[in-house]
Each structure stands twice: as structure tokens, then as C-alpha cells.
Design a protein around this ligand. Structure first.
Ligand code: NAD
Length: 248
């Protein structure tokens, strides 16, 4: 007559999931140039010359020189307050927060994040990979040739472990999984030209966007909260919101 009365222990509280997705803008205040903004150039190079599938065959020396220079350039760069607060949040709420970045720099790691706490969707500058056996090597900040002339394992040809336009991005599997599970997506410092962050905002219950200025590739009306400001100026407010979201 009263139906089934469930024991309290059969109810489980769903862990709230937050996806923090960053792009080149979060590292801009640390002195690393962004990508597409005004002129579509990355450090004065056209993307199609150094960051597109086939570059390693048609423009090999210049492509290697470009990534050698990027690797050297990040050696002395320091994480900023935005990287630091995100690392603190991840360490405080390891089960709730996923940190995914389009960045290939190591500023989250320099701020104290372990390599298994962050997903680099587009690769990692300090790594080289073999075009034949696909083993990945940590080259640090060295030029590729300084690290090795060929793959230490199979003598195959080494290349930067960076996903070029037109290449498969294996780490996107993590992005799909996190988007399916997350309740709040926080997007910081991306123009949305590579990843369709407007779609992510439509897909997820709540969403936050932080960029320096509006982007033609993002419809910000889909975001619950929008900050057009430097990441270091608004990250404390965003972090507070994330904490409240998780706790309540
Ligand atoms: P993007 O360069 O296309 O856009 C940068 C965005 O950051 C812009 O929307 C801009 O308004 C915003 N921005 C600039 N300064 C900011 C600040 N101080 N605070 C907050 N936002 C700020 O960046 P993207 O969308 O990440 O570009 C895609 C590709 O660029 C990625 O695949 C990435 O691999 C590559 N990239 C990486 C780095 C890096 O690792 N640091 C640097 C350059 C390019």
C-alpha cells in the first residue's frame, strides 16, 4: 500500500564534475604568444607552413626549426596566477575537476600539476615521438637533433609530439568523455577556432567563458557567465564559483 521505501543508503549523491578547458590565452600573461588572434600567425609563421599535416615532408627543416625555437622559448617562462589557482583547485578536488588544455607548453606542470592530472589535447612541446614505432621521448627544452638524430629505440625518424592541423588528435577521446560527464565547463583563453566551445556550452548545464575579447568563432550568449578580461584578473572569482558549485 505504501510502495517501496528505499533505504537511505541506496541513494548516492552524484559527484559534481567540472571541466576546465584552456587555450593559448591562459599562457599569454606568462609571455608565450597566442595563435590566431590578429593576423593568424604563430610567432610570425603561417600555420599552414609549420603546423599542418604534411609539413614534416614538404617543409621539414623550417618545421623542426620552428618547434626547436618554441621548446627553447618556454624554458624560462613561468606559470601565472591562473595556472596556479587551477592547480590548487585540481589538488583540492581531484575527483571533481578535469583539466584539459590545448596548450603545448608546460606551465601547468611548472605550477605543480602532475602529468597524470592534465590532458594536453594537442601534444606537448617537450616531447618527441617516433614516426615509425610511435614511442614518446622527453627531450626537455633541447633542440631535436641535440636529443637524438633518430629514434633511440628503432632508429626511425623523430618528430615533435604535436598534433598538426589535419592529423588525428587521440586525446580528444578524453574531451568527449569529460563533456558527457561534466556539469560545468569552464573555458579560459581560447578563440574557439580549433575547438567548438560554443557547442560545449550548449551541451553542458552550466558554462563559464573567459577571453580577452569576443571571438568571431564563439557565440557567448550560450555561456552562463562571460568574462572579457585577463585570466589573472578574474581567475579568483571563477575559482570561487567552481568551489561553491562543487560544495553545494
Ligand atoms: P588562440 O590564440 O586562437 O586564442 C587565444 C584566446 O585567448 C583569444 O580568444 C584571446 O581573447 C584570449 N586571451 C588572450 N590573452 C588572454 C588573457 N590574458 N586572459 C584570457 N584570455 C586571453 O588560442 P587557442 O584557441 O588555444 O589556439 C589554438 C592552438 O594554438 C592550440 O591548438 C595550441 O596548441 C596552439 N598554441 C599553444 C600555445 C601554448 O601552448 N601556450 C601558444 C600558441 C598557440
Amino acid at each position: 500500500m505504501f510502495g517501496i521505501i528505499k533505504n537511505k543508503s541506496t541513494y548516492t549523491t552524484k559527484v559534481k564534475r567540472v571541466l576546465i578547458l584552456s587555450g593559448a590565452g591562459i599562457s599569454a600573461e606568462s609571455g608565450i604568444s597566442t595563435f590566431r588572434e590578429a593576423d593568424g600567425l604563430w610567432e610570425n609563421h603561417r600555420i599552414k607552413d609549420v603546423c599542418t599535416a604534411g609539413c614534416l615532408d614538404t617543409n621539414k627543416d623550417a618545421t623542426h626549426a620552428f618547434y626547436n625555437a618554441r621548446r627553447k622559448d618556454i624554458a624560462d617562462k613561468k606559470p601565472n596566477y591562473a595556472h596556479q589557482l587551477i592547480v590548487e583547485l585540481k589538488q583540492k578536488y581531484p575527483e571533481n575537476i578535469a583539466v584539459l588544455t590545448q596548450n603545448v607548453d608546460d606551465l601547468f606542470e611548472k605550477a605543480g600539476m602532475n602529468s597524470d592530472e592534465i590532458v594536453h589535447l594537442h601534444g606537448f612541446l617537450k616531447e618527441l615521438t617516433c614516426r615509425d614505432c610511435e614511442e614518446v621521448f622527453d627531450a626537455g627544452y633541447q633542440a631535436q637533433d641535440k636529443f637524438a638524430k633518430s629514434c633511440p629505440t628503432c632508429s626511425g625518424e623523430l618528430r615533435p609530439n604535436i598534433v598538426f592541423f589535419g592529423e588525428v588528435a587521440p586525446m580528444y577521446a578524453h574531451l568527449t568523455k569529460e563533456l558527457q560527464e561534466c556539469d560545468l565547463v569552464v573555458v579560459i583563453g581560447t578563440s574557439g577556432n580549433v575547438l567548438d566551445v560554443t557547442y560545449f556550452a550548449q551541451f553542458v548545464k552550466e558554462s563559464i567563458l573567459n577571453n580577452l575579447e569576443p571571438s568571431n568563432a564563439i557565440d557567448d550568449s550560450y555561456f552562463s557567465k562571460v568574462y572579457y578580461a585577463k585570466a589573472t584578473e578574474v581567475i579568483a572569482e571563477i575559482a570561487e564559483y567552481i568551489e561553491e558549485f562543487i560544495e553545494n
